[in-house]
Design a protein around this ligand. Structure first.
Ligand code: FAD
Length: 470
């Protein structure tokens, strides 16, 4: 007998509960990926996600072929494609790992119910989270809105499961596949060319990134994770998003590294994975938050009128604030931006420019290789001050002093805004303050920021007070 193993955001073979369940039940697994972006509501994957997905699917197929199986690709409506494959293969079961986005959760529930009605063994598993979003509740029984008590509770329940065994060979199947090229996931213009100097999509690339992290940036992670001028973090976010690695695989490897000197860094890292868990908890319990403020008080907040030319300057890294421009250019070139800089560019957009956070969330959605509805929504609402447990609105980052603190030698700024390279280091944080030097060394860089920092801050605070803040 055979079983469909429906791959989605779990593009790996090791430690994959759905694949494991199919094998345990004695089925020949028919691995299938169905391309159905129209089922993701208004959050169909963006261009950077798609180009990553293309490579990740190729890697998954190669890994399956190395074991004697292969990946079946289809496109269309998920339910219809599953049904067609069941008819073609005579599959008796369908297994998958859960997804948690508000658009696809109800779809999956319907598919499970209808498959079961026809006697198909439909099972969903947890392949991407340490805690199901519904596993943890406050003492009153409701969802958490604050991270610290959420994580305190989570830590008391953290039981690391044993890894799942995967045989060296998998039984072959003869289901037909469309070609990967037919999914049209790669961009027509090669704007992603530079990406692949930084990334290796797929399960092997994810394991390699984890090893590099453990040998390198894990040492001193707690201090270095805030410094964008170096590799101070794991760079695992796109691999985690696509499920090329699971949090349990990471935690197991880290636990094996424990020693007195490393405990604080390991605990610090697992806590960051906790933020990812928390974002899925929030998305599950507050499914409208990808578009709507979690804190309704901000529904009356007066955002500035849409300003397409300012927004374009922000997107293209031409705001005249070097740290902000560096971040947005890093994003464009690599599909990634350092977490500290994400906070700074987001704060500048939502506060100094007073543009709605959704403008930023949408741009990130299209350009990040790690674009993730749960993490992105929480990140933007946190910075905008509209979310749970958010930075208070009136605490407005000053991008100049932040850059001086976290990028003290302007190395990050200089890497991404190289036209400032010949200015004295001190002048690279706020080059408009030394206009003669700027004109002489970097005539192509904006002479003034698109928003005056003090005026933008005051306008943001005034708008905030009108919502009844402080
Ligand atoms: P590490 O420091 O090595 O952390 C390890 C893992 O922990 C990450 O891969 C990630 O899965 C998780 N993690 C770390 N920090 C956070 C956090 N603040 N929130 C949630 N999970 C976290 N992350 C995404 O994965 N996708 C997004 O679309 C995304 N959008 C963001 C938007 C904004 C405005 C902000 C401020 C943050 C956003 N983040 C997002 C969170 C964070 O910036 C990235 O997860 C992190 O930079 C990824 O780099 P890393 O894997 O090297 O992180």
């Amino acid at each position: 007998s055979s079983a469909l193993v429906w791959f989605r955001r779990d593009l790996r073979l090791q430690d994959n509960p759905a694949l494991h369940a199919a094998l345990e039940a004695g089925h020949t697994p028919v691995p299938v990926y169905i391309h159905a972006p129209h089922e993701e509501g208004s959050w169909a994957p963006g261009e950077a996600s798609n180009t990553w997905l293309h490579r990740s699917l190729a890697a998954l197929d190669a890994d399956l072929q190395a074991r004697g199986s292969s990946l079946v690709l289809r496109q269309g409506d998920s339910q219809a494609e599953l049904q067609a494959l069941i008819d073609e293969t005579g599959a008796e079961a369908v297994y998958w790992n859960r997804k948690y986005e508000p658009a696809t959760q109800p779809r999956d529930a319907t598919i499970k119910r209808e498959l079961r009605e026809q006697g198909i063994d439909a099972q969903s598993c947890n392949g991407s989270l340490m805690f199901e979003p519904w596993d943890l509740a406050t003492q009153q029984g409701g969802p958490y809105k604050v991270f610290t008590p959420y994580w305190r509770n989570a830590l008391t329940r953290l039981h690391i499961p044993a890894p799942l065994k995967l045989p060296d060979t998998l039984p072959a199947h003869d289901a037909r596949s469309v070609s990967l090229a037919e999914l049209k996931l790669t961009p027509t213009l090669n704007w992603d060319q530079q990406f692949w100097e930084h990334w290796q999509p797929g399960e092997a690339g994810a394991q390699e990134a984890l090893t590099v992290f453990i040998d390198g940036a894990l040492n001193g992670y707690r201090q270095q994770r805030d410094l964008p001028d170096r590799v101070g973090t794991s760079l695992l976010s796109p691999h985690l998003h696509f499920g090329e690695i699971s949090p349990w695989q990471i935690v197991r490897r880290l636990e094996a590294e424990r020693s007195a000197g490393r405990d604080a860094d390991i605990d610090g890292y697992i806590r960051e994975l906790g933020w990812r868990e928390f974002s899925y908890h929030l998305l599950h319990h507050f499914p409208k938050t990808p578009e709507h403020n979690l804190n309704p008080r901000f529904d009356s907040f007066q955002w500035a009128r849409d300003n397409p030319s300012q927004l374009a300057a922000w997107q293209q890294g031409r705001t005249g604030i070097p740290i902000v421009d560096a971040g947005l250019r890093e994003l464009w070139a690599t599909g990634y931006m350092h977490n500290r800089v994400r906070m700074l560019v987001a704060s500048f957009l939502c506060k100094h420019m007073r543009q709605h956070w959704l403008h930023g969330a949408r741009w990130f959605w299209d350009t990040l290789v790690d674009a993730d509805l749960a993490n992105n929504t929480m990140g933007w609402q946190w910075v905008a001050g509209t979310g749970a447990d958010a930075a208070p609105y009136f605490r407005i980052f000053n991008p100049v002093t932040q850059a001086q603190k976290f990028d003290p030698n302007a190395r990050y700024i200089t890497r991404w805004v190289p036209e400032l390279a010949t200015l004295p280091v001190k002048a690279r944080f706020a080059p408009w303050q030394t206009p003669d030097l700027l004109a002489q060394h970097a005539p192509s860089y904006p002479a003034l920021p698109i928003v005056d920092l003090a005026a933008g801050r005051d306008a943001a605070l005034t708008a905030y007070r009108r919502t009844g803040g402080e």
